[in-house]
Write a new protein. Structure first.
Length: 673
């Protein structure tokens, strides 16, 4: 038995013949049909034709962002010359004809014939061959923004006209292109004594970008200025034709910033209120060399954001260097919290520190890796370590050197963490609210009507008071939510404690409208929110805690006129067939002197609380719209003064309350001792 038979069963007679005796296989005949796919269908794109066919693969599209990316590719080459120490000046000019010109005083692109392409100048090769450049190793540039050798050739391919002039060794050379193709050869223009470097003048091709596409002078102006901030050793000069001048783009400007990103940040946050007065700014290493880092960070009440760069190339989508920055700042603030024994910082995340953080970060990395040709995101893993190492120690020293500023920053970050946890809790409550008709929060006894207009929610203290209120209410329009125990004092509580409070969770879920910046008037389930507590000191304290909650967490509910205080009586006074109710001791004395002066025994009953009051009396005196009295809660016009008063009386500092008592003790006139 053959091996084939042993493994697979009986062998096929045709295949079991000796190889030499097998018949030769016939050559297959393929007849082309409709929709066939043959060698003729395979296109071979040469030169720069792939760029023109698929520009989105190289510059991200053909919109305004892609159009201005052409400028970035050209000026990045000039910046690489400046960072390498070979250029000190870069000039940018936008003409009314749509041409953009970038000039530097660097070494100039080599013009001699390239050894790999006999008879063709290096200047032509750089502009017409993809992946041709001097930045693939560290010989010409230690760090650079151009990595793949496609930038300037892509700009050339997408321009209907480009002229490049190179001044080297006191000689001027010129080469013109049209849609990536050289127009004639390189021309020697003669001797120049006081000129060196490269000048690139180009016009975007309307076939690619559209007939109406044009450069924005204001955008180019900002991009030019940003480059000057990123490297203090270069001067950038901007100019544009008079017809292009706007408020955001002057005719001429010169940019040179010795303090680099610190100057940039100072200008960026001008006029904004700072959370921390001082900027955290510094640098590590020599700009342009491997591992160099520069940063400037400010915390303000304006919109925050991180602007990051690698080798002066803007990384709009961040990347590994921003990860290093976030790690360094988070670890630094947590270390400082440990030193100051601030346990509230345990829940901090990078999100809390960066929520209103304005940060500028620039890093220089040899042969960085980007995500895509447009370099919007840095992927080099070493950048995380470089930035983290450079900034961490500097941040620790900055915090230790200014305890007041460090304390402000830490307190602010902790507040952000509390706010984040509160929002997370609210989302959980919102999810629960979606089914609130099936699962009512706490011990809420809801009203039968579904419309908010005319509906009332009574918030009462304790189950016994809740029981009386449920019997006294009108089921159609009045809901009752009993609270067990005193509500948390939100003015002196962390967000973590608030998130853990079941009473607060029940109230937020019952109201359905959210809190703070997530408050939604249209989702409020009741027209009136009525705080109904006992008419004694404890009841007044609970009412104060509830009002503090609404003032801090739902100020718009108060502004909308929805919050009220019920006025339950403390005494019931009767004589014969006459019965009246007194709110407090002073009111009782007044009624005794004015209403019960006749003969007969006067019965005075003091209610121990709402739970001890017969429900008929509670309905008559406090809950029936026909006979009750309500106090509407309003915030006085001076909102800042109100906040100060609330913080003083309800905040975490007992000495502030003591001072208030001392200051106002002389005004107390009704003190029952």
């Amino acid at each position: 038995m053959s091996q084939a038979e042993d493994l697979f069963g009986a062998a096929d007679p045709a295949t079991s013949q000796p190889e030499a005796t097998r018949p030769a296989p016939e050559t297959p005949i393929v007849t082309p049909t409709t929709g066939s796919y043959s060698a003729a269908d395979i296109e071979v794109l040469e030169g720069l034709e792939p760029v023109r066919r698929r520009p989105g693969m190289y510059i991200g599209g053909t919109d305004a962002n892609a159009l201005h990316h052409l400028f970035a590719e050209v000026i990045d080459n000039s910046m690489d010359e400046a960072i390498a120490g070979h250029a000190s000046r870069i000039e940018v000019h936008l003409g009314a004809d749509g041409y953009l010109t970038i000039t530097d005083n660097g070494r100039g692109i080599p013009v001699e014939n390239h050894p790999k392409y006999p008879g063709r100048s290096t200047l032509e090769i750089v502009h017409t061959v993809l992946h041709a450049g001097g930045k693939f190793d560290s010989k010409a540039y230690e760090t650079s923004g151009g990595l793949h050798g496609v930038g300037i050739s892509v700009v050339n391919a997408l321009s209907d006209d480009m002229v490049v002039e190179v001044a080297r060794e006191q000689q001027l050379y010129r080469l013109q292109f049209s849609r990536g193709i050289p127009v004639g050869g390189i021309q020697a223009m003669g001797r120049v004594n006081n000129r060196r470097g490269t000048t690139t003048r180009f016009h975007p091709d309307p076939q690619i970008f559209g007939e109406t596409a044009h450069f924005s002078a204001a955008r180019l102006f900002r991009m030019t200025r940003a480059k000057a901030y990123l490297f203090a050793g270069v001067e950038l000069r901007w100019s544009c034709d008079e017809t292009l001048v706007t408020d955001d783009a002057p005719a001429k400007a010169v940019f040179h910033y010795p303090n680099g990103l610190k100057d940039f940040m100072t200008a960026r946050i001008e006029g904004e209120t700072r959370i921390v007065d001082d900027l955290f700014a510094g640098s590590h290493g020599k700009p342009g060399t491997q591992g160099a880092v520069e940063w400037a960070i400010a915390w303000t009440l304006g919109d925050g954001g991180v602007s990051s760069y690698c080798n002066t190339v803007p990384t709009r989508d961040g990347g590994t260097h921003e990860a290093g920055l976030r790690s360094a700042l988070l670890r630094g603030i947590k270390n400082y919290a440990d030193l100051t024994k601030n346990k509230a910082a345990a829940n901090l995340t990078a999100e809390d520190i960066f929520s209103q953080c304005n940060a500028m970060l620039s890093v220089f990395v040899r042969e960085p890796e980007f995500v895509g040709q447009t370099k919007d995101k840095l992927a080099s893993s070493e950048a995380t370590r470089i930035v983290d190492t450079a900034i961490r120690d500097a941040f620790d020293h900055w915090l230790a050197a200014s305890p007041n500023q460090a304390g402000k920053l830490l307190d602010w970050a902790v507040e952000r963490a509390d706010e984040r946890m509160r929002r997370r809790k609210e989302k959980e409550i919102d999810r629960a609210s979606a089914t609130r008709k099936l699962r009512l929060p706490g011990k809420l006894a809801d009203c039968t009507q579904t419309a908010a207009q005319g509906a009332e929610l009574f918030i009462v203290e304790g189950d016994s008071a809740g029981g009386s209120a449920k019997q006294a209410r009108s089921r159609a329009s009045q809901a009752v939510l009993p609270l067990r125990g005193k509500i948390l004092n939100v003015a002196g509580a962390s967000r973590e404690k608030m998130a853990a409070s079941q009473l607060i969770s029940d109230m937020i879920q019952a109201l359905g409208c959210g809190t703070r910046d997530r408050y939604r008037e249209e989702d409020l389930r009741y027209d009136k929110i009525i705080i109904m507590t006992d008419a004694d000191v404890d009841g007044a304290h609970i009412a104060a805690l509830l009002m503090t909650f609404f003032f801090q967490e739902m100020p718009k509910l108060i502004d909308g006129g929805h919050l009220f205080l019920a006025l339950p009586p403390l005494y019931r006074i009767s004589q014969g067939g006459k019965t009246l109710y007194a709110r407090d001791d002073a009111h009782r004395l007044e009624l005794m002197e004015t209403e019960f002066t006749g003969k007969g025994k006067v019965d005075v009953t003091r209610f121990k609380g709402l739970g001890e009051m017969p429900f008929a009396h509670l309905r008559e005196t406090t809950m029936s719209p026909k006979s009750r009295t309500l106090l509407q809660v309003k915030v006085r016009d001076d909102l800042d003064a109100t906040r100060i008063s609330v913080d003083r009386l309800m905040g975490t500092k007992p000495e502030a309350r003591f001072d208030f008592i001392q200051e106002n003790a002389a005004f107390v006139t009704d003190l029952d001792i």
